[in-house]
Design a protein around this ligand. Structure first.
Ligand code: MF3
Ligand code: CO
Ligand code: CO
Length: 255
């Protein structure tokens, strides 16, 4: 088991810049998440933007993944492979972008509404956003890591939703996926103690129906809900500071 890296001030500055670019990319992509767009074309816009800013999309070539982001509509939980799927009116869509800038990684995702979306879908998306914030409130030195997942799950379940447990947040910054795993459903007051200089993601995936995921057998990546019901996700890259945390990907304060 590898231990949790405490980042140096120089590393933190590098990771912050990469995280800012990942956040900017999500903002830039907003204009393309509209009915009629193919997800593969959004992926191309993503790659262009990231490269134009001197960075590399971290997912490209990662464990055989071929695209510059993950695009996960409706019942897709995460790792949606960009393809000929056309965005439709009323869809909820997640885009997850990870950048490598000067060797440093920033990782963030958010939900988009394509046209007018049902209240049923909106409530799931807004609750998932709140789950991320409930988790972030637990990010301060001295706290136990698993209090993040404990409080996220308490909150989500109270709203009648289930928490995906087959995918986790993760340490990030010098590599794409570092220690620790950040569970979104966990026992209170367990796990490592948070320390200034730790950087990890919180990225809750919340389902309207059952928690379980199944991975598409054809593309080997796209993870869907087993019951076809909706799923939503938001992700920030979080730095633990002396007095709390800094959400390194929270540039526009829109989630
Ligand atoms: N960005 C995702 C995360 O938040 C990971 C995507 S890996 C991929 O951890 F290979 F599916 F792109
Ligand atoms: Co992540
Ligand atoms: Co991500």
């Amino acid at each position: 088991m590898s231990s949790i890296v405490i980042k140096t001030p120089e590393q933190i500055e590098g990771i912050r810049k990469s995280a800012h670019l990942a956040a900017e990319t999500l903002k830039y992509l907003e204009q393309f998440v509209v009915p009629g767009m193919k997800t593969i074309d959004i992926d191309k816009k993503c790659e262009e933007f990231v490269r134009d800013h001197g960075a590399i999309p971290a997912t490209k070539g990662y464990r055989g993944y071929k695209h510059s982001c993950c695009i996960s509509p409706n019942d897709v939980i995460c790792h949606g492979v960009p393809n000929d799927t056309i965005i439709e009116h009323g869809d909820i869509v997640n885009i997850d972008v990870t950048t490598i800038l000067n060797g440093f990684y920033g990782d963030t995702c958010k939900m988009y509404y394509a046209g007018e979306v049902s209240d049923y879908a909106k409530r799931l998306v807004e609750t998932t956003k709140e789950c991320l914030h409930v988790g972030m409130k637990q990010c301060f030195p001295g706290n136990r890591l698993n209090n993040i997942g404990y409080h996220i799950a308490q909150f989500a379940q109270k709203q009648g939703y289930s928490v995906v447990y087959e995918f986790c947040g993760h340490g990030v910054g010098l590599k794409f996926h570092e220690a620790p795993d950040v569970a979104h459903i966990a026992d209170a007051n367990t796990g490592p103690i948070l320390k200034p200089g730790m950087i990890f993601t919180i990225e809750p995936m919340i389902n309207a129906g059952k928690a379980r995921a199944k991975v598409d057998r054809k593309d080997g990546w796209t993870a869907r809900t087993i019951d076809g019901k909706l799923s939503a996700q938001f992700e920030h890259t979080i730095l633990i500071t002396e007095d709390g945390h800094e959400a390194l990907t929270d540039v526009y304060h829109d989630f």
